[in-house]
Design a protein around this ligand. Structure first.
Ligand SMILES: Nc1ncnc2c1ncn2[C@@H]1O[C@H](COP(=O)(O)OP(=O)(O)O)[C@@H](O)[C@H]1O
Ligand SMILES: [Mg+2]
Length: 323
């Protein structure tokens, strides 16, 4: 069974020096992407790229929030320990996970990231080998949960709250525009009738904007990996070889990451499984998929045309943060 089917509700208890809260969240639908095609360099509305089922009446996980492990423009990431007994779940859930909180204006971006994890899990079984296992995407209305939702933030840790909006956000009142949001770049089949299927066009996330009077918190629950890639790691030929192979797995899955930089490459979780393509346990994992999009390699001219789009450009200037 997929780790994405195990949990339908989540309670996060936090009691740290910075904040104290109890937040109840439930599983939410992720945000499908249009399919990109290198044949015409456009996005395509495609019924096969749609929402995934969220489990009902599955386990209710209780978490105790731990330390902040990192942050970026979209979210803040905390370690968390499971505090209720879930010994009967299969596959077993590790005792320690990570919670990625979307900043209040970036729930839509996190919903997209969640969809990419879903896609990698369902179609390529890559979660647990080259990306961390994902245990679901959850949301909660702060007004209904009785949690304080002050949104001020500083650029330094500790943040006032895990969902605080970034002080230097380009636009604190809206989420990022995603690559497949531009309607004139989207091709729809002549007889486009998705019916009940929820694709990018009909997803409720499509029109979502942050509401300061009724804020939504969104979190992604992932397996915990290790430290980020450093300049020291970059000098090790064995590390470089392994990362090349991890990138190859993502390329063969037809996922263009679009933000492959050092902070988005971490040491693989302890329970990483053997990669079927490379017959080894990769030591590195790729994270942070909110700018990613899928390609269908069976309709592309692979590898001639797709190389530029799928290539993660490992060790490029962008990877090192120089450009
Ligand atoms: N699964 C994970 N295990 C361990 N650390 C993580 C994990 N996910 C994220 N992190 C840490 O949190 C940081 C921010 O996470 P990321 O997903 O890149 O957020 P953002 O989208 O805001 O850039 C990462 O650079 C990394 O240090
Ligand atoms: Mg990041």
């Amino acid at each position: 069974m997929s780790p994405l089917s195990l949990i339908s509700a989540l309670t996060i208890n936090a009691d740290t020096e910075e904040f104290s809260f109890r937040l109840d969240l439930s599983r939410s639908e992720s945000f499908p992407s249009h399919r990109f095609s290198c044949v015409d360099d456009k996005f395509h509305a495609d019924i096969r790229y749609s929402t995934y089922q969220v489990p009902q009446n599955a386990a209710h996980l209780q978490l105790k929030l731990g330390d902040c492990l990192g942050f970026g423009a979209t979210g803040t990431v905390y370690s968390a320990h499971i505090s209720n007994s879930l010994s009967d779940l299969s596959p077993p859930v590790p005792q320690e996970l990570i919670v990625k909180f979307a900043r209040l204006n970036h729930c839509r971006s996190l919903a997209r990231e969640a969809w990419i994890y879903n896609c990698l899990d369902e179609n390529q079984r890559l979660t647990g080998t080259v990306v961390p296992r994902c245990y679901g995407f959850f949301t909660s209305k702060l007004t209904e949960s009785g949690v304080d939702y002050t949104t001020s933030s500083s650029s330094e840790l500790p943040f006032e709250l895990p969902w605080s909006i970034y002080e230097f956000d380009r636009d604190p009142h809206r989420d990022d525009i995603l690559h497949d949001d531009f309607d004139d770049e989207v091709v729809r089949p002549q007889t486009w009738n998705p019916g009940q299927t929820i694709t990018k066009d009909s997803s409720p996330w499509n029109l979502w904007t942050p509401d300061p009077d009724d804020p939504l918190v969104a979190v992604l629950l992932l397996e915990k990996g290790g430290q980020r890639y450093t300049d020291f790691d970059d000098r090790d030929p064995l590390v470089r070889e392994d990362v090349e192979l991890v990138c190859e797995d993502l390329e063969f899955a037809g996922i263009a990451h679009n933000d492959f930089r050092m902070p988005n490459l971490i040491r693989a979780p302890l329970a990483t499984s053997v990669c079927r393509r490379h017959k080894r346990v990769h030591k590195w994992n790729i994270i942070d998929f909110n700018q990613a999009w899928p390609l269908d390699l069976s309709v592309e001219n692979f590898p001639r045309d797709t190389n530029a789009v799928l290539n993660s450009r490992y060790r490029s200037g962008y990877f090192y943060g120089w450009q």
